[in-house]
Design a protein around this ligand. Sequence first.
Ligand code: GTP
Ligand code: MG
Length: 325
Amino acid sequence: MFIDRIEITAKAGRGGDGCVSFRREKYIPRGGPDGGNGGIGGCVILKARDKVPDLSSLRHKSTHKAEHGAPGGKARRQGRNGKDCVIHVPVGAMAWDADTGEFLGELLEHGALLTIAQGGRGGDGNVRFASPTNRVPQQCTPGTPGQERRVTLEFAIPADAALVGLPNSGKSTLLHALTNASPQIAAYPFTTTEPHIGVCEISPYARLIVLDLPALCAGASGGQGLGNWFLRHLHRARLILFVLDPADAQSPAEQFRTLDRELRDAEIPLNEKKLLIAVNEKQPLTPDQIAEINALGIPWEALNPAKNNATAALKARLAELLDIE
Ligand SMILES: Nc1nc2c(ncn2[C@@H]2O[C@H](COP(=O)(O)OP(=O)(O)OP(=O)(O)O)[C@@H](O)[C@H]2O)c(=O)[nH]1
Ligand SMILES: [Mg+2]
């Protein structure tokens, strides 16, 4: 199961308490205070890993706890620090405080770290309170509690190009033609229910990650069809490839306008993205349809991905728009 949004509870460890103790040794009368400080509580940390495909590994465990710091000991011994709790997430994961909505950060490369709950500080032992006027200090301080918060994690697939289209427009067929992926393709709407990626070889040195998304339809932002939850994956895509179908009841230009409206409703920053249209020529375009598509002012290619080798021109366009050689 593909999971790209999940809520977890992160509980950092509390700091260890300080210790009140006095040095007691034979022949050393009144050895003075020697209570050590408590250790620091462990943090809950997210770590980005290439090998983690999505957030589904977190679905069986909702609470992630780090270790508490140990209390300070006699002979000025500092308590052991609590172990951090490290949660592996995919590259591209983002975290929010689930209650306040505060954005905590984003993990953009393999190995990146993000602390989502800070461990408590260790308390001071009575050594800290010794002074010329207080030579037998009885005080120490307790460790502070670790942070506890509910965190929403989201994951946007880092794709170069994402396919967007109405149901049955041929997105998965195009993904299959462009890349090594073999998605489910069928003649009924909403075949694709989860995002899929494929790798498209532009040259022996350059590859594109192409993302096939579930279909959008008019009113998706209001929950029609499969909704529009999957559009969050567009945030990291550099190019949006609109897949239009001349055999659909709506003309290709109308389809584009429907999709464009849905993307704007979902607040996708379209002006930051490259746009390209692929018209899936299940049936030939009429001159009127061609004129309407030209009037949209967006580069487009007509192709028939169900036939072999029909994607060369589209690949060249993708490479050109994304500055890939
Ligand atoms: N003749 C012809 N049929 C095509 C072409 N592209 C797609 N089809 C057919 O159209 C139907 C839908 O194709 P899909 O690739 O599953 O469409 P989709 O956009 O991924 O559909 P959803 O995932 O349901 O949104 C399938 O029966 C395909 O065989 C094409 O270029 N020519
Ligand atoms: Mg599909």
